[in-house]
Design a protein around this ligand. Structure first.
Ligand code: ADP
Ligand code: ASP
Ligand code: MG
Length: 422
C-alpha cells in the first residue's frame, strides 16, 4: 500500500454534490489501504469572485503594495474547500483532518500572488497519516517567514500537490481535473484534439510554460526536480470504478523517452493570451543597450518573455519584448518614464492585443522543416507573424490576438494531430 496525493481542481470541487463525489473517490482509495493526502482548489469561480470583490474596492488592486492583502483574501477559497472536503470524508466514514498552508506549514518566499515554495514540514501530516487519517491540505497557499499568508499564482494548487508529494516522497501524484488527460491542444478550442496517453516531461514542461493551463508550470518543474510520478486524469469518471482502471487512465507524464514509441514530430499546441508586447523605437544600437532596457524591467520583478531586436539603421534600432498582460501597464510606465528617456528612445509603443501560439515536440530535435511548415500553415490563413522564438523542442510565434483560434486550428490540422490514435 502506498502514499498517494490526489489533487482536485475547482470544477471538481464545484458544488456540494461534486465534493461528495470527491470524498467517495478518496474514501475508496483509503479503504484500499493507501495513505491519502488530498489537495483541493477553491470551488470553481471562487478565486475570481474573491479577487473581483477586492477590485471593486480599490482601483489600486493589481499594484504590488496590495498583493499581500490579495493573498489574504484569495487564500480563503481553498480554506473553505479543505473544511468541506474533510466533513464530506467524515460523512463517508473516513477519518480526515483539514489544514491551511500555514498550518502545515508550507513555507514560501514573500513574492505575494506568485510565491515560491521553499520547504514543507511533513511532521504533522506524517503523524496524521500514521494515525490512519486522510489529510486534506489547502492548495495554492503558503506562509512566508514573517507569517504572512502567500499564494502561489493562478493555478497554483497543482504546484502545492506536486510539492507535497515530493516532500512526502509519495508513490504518485494524481491531478484530477475536468478533462480526462493532457490533449494535443485545449479541447475547448479544437474539439478534434486527442488525448495523449503519455507525454514526456520535457514536452509537458514546454506546454505548461507556453501557456497550456492544464498544469501550472511550477508543478511540472517540481515533478522533474524530485521525480514525482505525475498523472492527469478525470474527476468525472464514476467514483466507484476500480482503482486499477483509474490508476492507468488519463495521461502519464513520463520521464523515460520510450525509443519504441512512435514519436509524432509535434505533440501539442499551446497558446497564451496573457501576454502584451512593448517596443522601444529608435534606440541607439550600442553595446549594453539590451541590459539598459531589460535590467530595470527585471529589477521591477517583471518577467520578460520573447525578445526581438531589429537590424540597425543609422546606428538606431527597435527593441521589442513581451511581458505578462498583468504587468503591461507597469512596464509601459517604466519604459515611458525611466527606460525610454535613459536610453534616448525615440518612442515607446505597446500592444496588449497579441497572443503567442507554440508548437511543441521532442521529435523536432531530429526533424528539419518543422518551423517552416508552421509558418506556411499560418501564411495560408493570412496570419502575420510579429515575433518568433525557438528552442530545441518548440517554436513560438507572436500574432494578433484575434487570429489565435484560427492559428491553433490551422496548426492542429497541418501537423495532423487529430490523427493521433486514441
Ligand atoms: P482545474 O480547475 O482542475 O485545475 P484547469 O481549468 O486549471 O482545471 O485546467 C483544465 C483545463 O485546461 C481544461 O478544462 C482545458 O480546457 C484546459 N486545457 C488547456 N490546454 C489543455 C490541453 N493541452 N489538454 C487538456 N486540457 C487543456
Ligand atoms: N484557486 C486558485 C486559482 O483559481 C488555484 C487553483 O485553482 O489551482 O487560481
Ligand atoms: Mg488548474
Amino acid at each position: 500500500m502506498a502514499l498517494i496525493v490526489h489533487k482536485y481542481g475547482g470544477t471538481s470541487m464545484g458544488s456540494a454534490e461534486r465534493i461528495r463525489n470527491v470524498a467517495k473517490r478518496v474514501a475508496k482509495w483509503a479503504r484500499a489501504g493507501h495513505q491519502m493526502v488530498v489537495v483541493p482548489s477553491a470551488m470553481s469561480g471562487e478565486t475570481n469572485r474573491l479577487l473581483g470583490l477586492a477590485k471593486e474596492l480599490s482601483p489600486a488592486v493589481g499594484s504590488p503594495e496590495l498583493n499581500r492583502e490579495l493573498d489574504m483574501i484569495a487564500a480563503t477559497g481553498e480554506q473553505v474547500s479543505v473544511g468541506l472536503l474533510a466533513i464530506a470524508l467524515q460523512a463517508e466514514g473516513v477519518e480526515a483532518v483539514s489544514y491551511t498552508g500555514w498550518q502545515v506549514p508550507v513555507a514560501t518566499d514573500s513574492s505575494f500572488t506568485k510565491a515560491r515554495i521553499e520547504s514543507i514540514d511533513d511532521t504533522r501530516v506524517r503523524a496524521d497519516l500514521a494515525a490512519g487519517k486522510v489529510v486534506v491540505i489547502a492548495g495554492f497557499q503558503g506562509v512566508d517567514e514573517d507569517q504572512n499568508i502567500t499564494t502561489l499564482g493562478r493555478g497554483g494548487s497543482d504546484t502545492s500537490a506536486v510539492a507535497i508529494a515530493a516532500a512526502l516522497k509519495a508513490a504518485e501524484c494524481l491531478i484530477y481535473t475536468d478533462v480526462d488527460g493532457v490533449y494535443t491542444t485545449d479541447p475547448r478550442i479544437v474539439p478534434e484534439a486527442r488525448r495523449l496517453h503519455t507525454i514526456s516531461f520535457e514536452e509537458m514542461l514546454e506546454m505548461a510554460s507556453l501557456g497550456s493551463k492544464i498544469l501550472q508550470i511550477r508543478s511540472v518543474e517540481f515533478a522533474g526536480k524530485y521525480r514525482v510520478p505525475l498523472r492527469v486524469l478525470s474527476s468525472f469518471t464514476p467514483w466507484d470504478i476500480s482503482i486499477e482502471e483509474e490508476a492507468k487512465s488519463g495521461t502519464l507524464i513520463s520521464f523515460e523517452e520510450d525509443e519504441k514509441m512512435e514519436q509524432a514530430v509535434v505533440s501539442g499546441i499551446a497558446f497564451n493570451r496573457d501576454e502584451a508586447k512593448v517596443t522601444l523605437l529608435g534606440v541607439p544600437d550600442k553595446p549594453g543597450i539590451a541590459f539598459q532596457i531589460l535590467g530595470p524591467v527585471a529589477d521591477a520583478n517583471i518577467d520578460i518573455d520573447v525578445i526581438i531586436q531589429n537590424v540597425s539603421h543609422d546606428g538606431k534600432t527597435d527593441f521589442s519584448f513581451t511581458v505578462h498582460r498583468n504587468d503591461y501597464a507597469r512596464t509601459m510606465e517604466l519604459l515611458e518614464k525611466t527606460v525610454g528617456p535613459a536610453t534616448q528612445a525615440a518612442k515607446v509603443v505597446g500592444d496588449a492585443r497579441i497572443c503567442k501560439v507554440s508548437i511543441v515536440g521532442i521529435g523536432m530535435r531530429s526533424h528539419v522543416g518543422v518551423a517552416s511548415k508552421m509558418f506556411r500553415a499560418l501564411s495560408e490563413e493570412g496570419i502575420n507573424i510579429q515575433m518568433i522564438s525557438t528552442s530545441e523542442i518548440k517554436t513560438s510565434v507572436v500574432i494578433d490576438e484575434k487570429y489565435m483560434e484560427l492559428a491553433v486550428r490551422a496548426l492542429h490540422r497541418a501537423f495532423e494531430l487529430e490523427q493521433i490514435p486514441t
